[in-house]
Each structure stands twice: as structure tokens, then as C-alpha cells.
Design a protein around this ligand. Sequence first.
Ligand code: FES
Ligand SMILES: [Fe+2]
Length: 284
Amino acid sequence: MTLLTFLVDWLRRLSLQFSNSLPRVATYTRELPVSLVRMYENAIDGEHLPWLHKDSFASLTILDKGAWGWRAKGHLQPPSFMTWMELELRLDADNNRWITTTLRGLGKGTQIVTHAVPLGENNIKVVVDFYVPKLPKFLHGLYARQFIDTYSRLYDEDLWMMATRQQELDRMGQGKPKDTAREVSLGTLHSVRRALPLRFELQDRPYRVVDLGGELIAHSTTCPHMLGPLQDANVEQGQVLCPWHGYRFDIRTRECTSGQQCKLAPAPEISVIGKSKEVVAKLP
Ligand code: FES
Ligand SMILES: [Fe+2]
């Protein structure tokens, strides 16, 4: 976001044009290897914007939400009075589409209409049309480039979230674990410490061992909210932060410390055994 973009948008909003037409300035299309269910779930989830899309959204406060969509206010990057906006997304599933409208602030009046066309069970095509009121024709190209660059990046990020969530749901839907062992050896204390934070699986569930004040502790690397990945999350003050919606969890107590009603799944206990100092992860 540059000062020039802000000024151009101000001039557009101030211009005295009384036409009701909403010119389409760009269209972005993309095939995505995800189901329509995952796509709708992503569209009505406004909470992920300032976390998953943190390079685009500096902040976003949800004002209202439901199965219909959401309304929110916040800032694009970088945060300033120039990048403030209020947005609304309305899902129109009967017509396989959702409409995002800028109600106030930067880009006021802009409507982004996304149609999702199912191509297969796990394959859809999105067609995103961008409409900007009162935009002079000679600026359509500039706006089109900005919309398409931004949306390619947003969909890269959304695809990662939707596909990862689907994999996790598939894994959980497989029923009883193939691996029924209740404990696993992680190696010697020396090798484990060198490999920290160390990922491992037990009963087909992913965990990670971290060092908290000299003590080795394991935690689940699946976020209990929407199955987000915690395996690469930094540990700060004994807590992990989920990259999808910013929920924070205390590794020792498993409690959610950002205020939401969820808790990390129980994790194996870590012990160091015998003279050989073998590190073992054991389910309680
Ligand atoms: S999946 Fe939403 S915060 Fe982790
Ligand atoms: Fe998104």
C-alpha cells in the first residue's frame, strides 16, 4: 500500500459520478484441489485473515459472524489511517458464490464476487470478479494488477490451510490407529537434545518434544480449533501459537491462553530411562 494508492482511491471515492453501474475491473480464476465444503468453510471464516494472511492484513476485528458470513473492521498492511477498512462477506450458497463488500474506508464500495464451481469431489474452480465503483477506465489496469497479485497470494495461503485441514480430517476419519503401541523410544538423551524440537508419532498422532526450562515435554502438534499445524510453531514462554487463527496454548497445562474454549489433546509423558539415558515417550 503506497500513499499514491491511497490518494487515487480517495479521488475515486470523492468523484461526483452518479451512475449506478459497478464496472468490473478484473477477473481472477484458479482451480483448487479442495472440496466445496472446505472452500465455503474458508470463506465464512473471517478470523483467519490477520493470521494466515498476515502479510496482507495487519489486524481484523470481527463485528458479527454466522453461517451467513461475517462483518469486520481492520487494517491492511502496513497499518495506518490510510489502510483502515470495514468489510462484509455474505455467502450465497444457493448460487455457489459469496460477495465481499468494502463498506467503509480504503476501497469503499468495492465488491468482490466469487463463484465456486465444483469440478469433482476434491476439485473446484473459483472465478473472482472485482467491481470498483466510479473508477476511471485508465486506472482499471493498475487496480487489476493489484487485485490479481493479492488474490494469487491469498489463495496460495488458503490452499495450504484447506488442503492441510482435509488431510487431517482424512487421517482422523480412518478410525482405529494402525500403530497401537503405547510408547516409543526417541533415542538417547544426547541425540534427542541435539534434535530438538523433535517430532514423533505415536498411535498415528503427531507430537513434538520441546525443552521447557531444562525439562523435556511433548505436546500435540494438531491445533484443537480447526486442526492447524503446530509442528513448526515457535515456543515462547512455554506457549505455542497456531498460525491459522492465532490461538495460543500452554504446553504444560494444554490450556488455551488466548481465551477460546479449547484445549490441546493429551500428549505422551517423556522419561529418561536407565544408564543409557534412553528417552521414551509413553501415553498416560
Ligand atoms: S486452527 Fe484455528 S487457531 Fe489453530
Ligand atoms: Fe483466506
